[in-house]
Write a protein that binds this ligand. Structure first.
Ligand code: SAM
Length: 365
């Protein structure tokens, strides 16, 4: 179940039960989905955990390794965002930055109907399902039969079967099925040749519905934009790239920071930092994560005066190795047909041309 957020009317926090999928969270870049069993063991660098200790605890609890290990982790309820972080990759996937932009720009809300292709690993599909739940639906099409089946199984395991229908279908060749024509509020393509599916998108989107294609290469974007413009059925074309700059928050021992030097503090942070357990900055690090040697840093700065500082300071600095280019998102809006009037970008161009001619005529008179 990845849609805990949709459960309503529950006064009590939901507790972990045998058979549940939980996300074991060590830190923002280290987490894993596991199925809880009474005999299950979970091991990581902080120790060995007995899963039966987790049963009956509210989701979000901190759980401790069995003695002699003293490490801990958090057991979280899987949300679409966490699922994207832990799912088994069968393909390249969309990550949260692109996903959030897609959902915002497609203007998805509960009750909406969304069409998608290809399904891939189901990363985007899971978030689409949450956006349109509880009364909307995601129709997703994938031409790789085994991938389609595995996606179906994932959606069933995550409690999404009522919200998602997976079809095995070649969308570039055959388009979306006829029964979906005119139904879609939003349509998303993550295909090698999205321009080939533009005519089908035009048939499936309701007037004023929004189209989106994700493409890693700008040549794909150009071809998609050309197809959208030539179709005469779309307007408001725009392409964007979503780049996220992440910051790492670190607790830095300040005994080694020279007096009055902010730059020195930054340098020290870079050398001495240990990632902060983000639940409680004031808490100690997980025991097995030994801080790097303060003495080495202190020795290097022994000629400088030391401040009588508090034990540690929290610093934030950009993560050096952030995710760079993933792909371009191209959006367009399905034009609303008005009797007797042309629609779409080509029509707008034609309108401009007519307007220019009219101005030229005016100038001549
Ligand atoms: C990059 S993956 C999609 C990943 C997905 N957006 C996610 O977030 O997990 C692209 C998928 O499109 C499928 N595909 C490629 N060509 C297709 C076509 N003509 N019709 C349907 N699916 C296609 C591939 O098999 C692949 O699974």
């Amino acid at each position: 179940m990845v849609l805990h957020c949709l459960r309503d009317g529950d006064a009590e926090p939901r507790v972990i039960q045998e058979g549940d999928t939980v996300v074991v969270y060590e830190r923002f870049d280290a987490m894993k989905a596991v199925t809880v069993t009474t005999k299950g063991q979970y091991s990581n660098r902080f120790g060995n955990f007995a899963m039966k200790d987790w049963i009956g605890l509210p989701y979000g609890s901190r759980v401790h390794a069995r003695a002699p290990d003293t490490g801990w982790a958090y057991v979280l309820a899987p949300t679409p965002e966490l699922w994207t972080a832990v799912l088994r990759h069968r393909t390249q996937i969309l990550y949260v930055a692109d996903i959030s932009m897609v959902i915002a720009m497609l203007e998805l809300a509960p009750g909406a109907i969304v069409l998608e292709s290809g399904t891939g690993s189901g990363s985007l599909t899971t978030s689409l399902a949450r956006a349109v739940a509880p009364t909307g639906h995601v129709h997703t099409c994938e031409f790789h039969e085994q991938r389609a089946q595995l996606a179906r199984e994932d959606f069933a395991r995550n409690g999404l079967s009522d919200l998602v229908t997976v079809r095995h279908r070649n969308i570039e060749r055959d388009g979306f099925p006829e029964e979906l024509h005119g139904l879609a509020d939003g349509l998303f393509l993550d295909l090698p040749g999205p321009w080939r599916a533009v005519p089908s998108a035009g048939r499936c989107l309701r007037p004023d519905g929004v189209f989106c294609a994700f493409s890693p290469c700008i040549e794909q974007v150009q071809r998609t934009c050309e197809a959208l413009a030539k179709s005469g059925e779309f307007h408001c074309l725009q392409t964007m790239e979503v780049l996220v700059r992440s910051y790492e928050v670190s607790s830095v021992p300040l005994g080694v920071v020279a007096a009055g030097s902010a730059a020195e503090a930054q340098t020290t942070a870079a050398q001495a930092e240990e990632p902060v357990d983000d639940a409680a900055l004031s808490e100690a690090e997980p025991p097995s994560k030994k801080p790097k040697a303060d003495s080495e840093l202190a020795a290097a700065r022994s000629s400088q005066p030391l401040t009588p500082a508090p034990k540690a300071r929290v610093l934030a600095r950009p993560v050096a190795a952030g995710r760079g280019h993933t792909g371009y998102l191209t959006f367009a809006r399905r034009a609303v047909p008005v009797a007797g009037q042309p629609v779409g970008v080509e029509a707008e161009d034609a309108g401009e041309a007519v307007g220019e001619q009219a101005q030229a005529d005016d100038a001549e008179q």
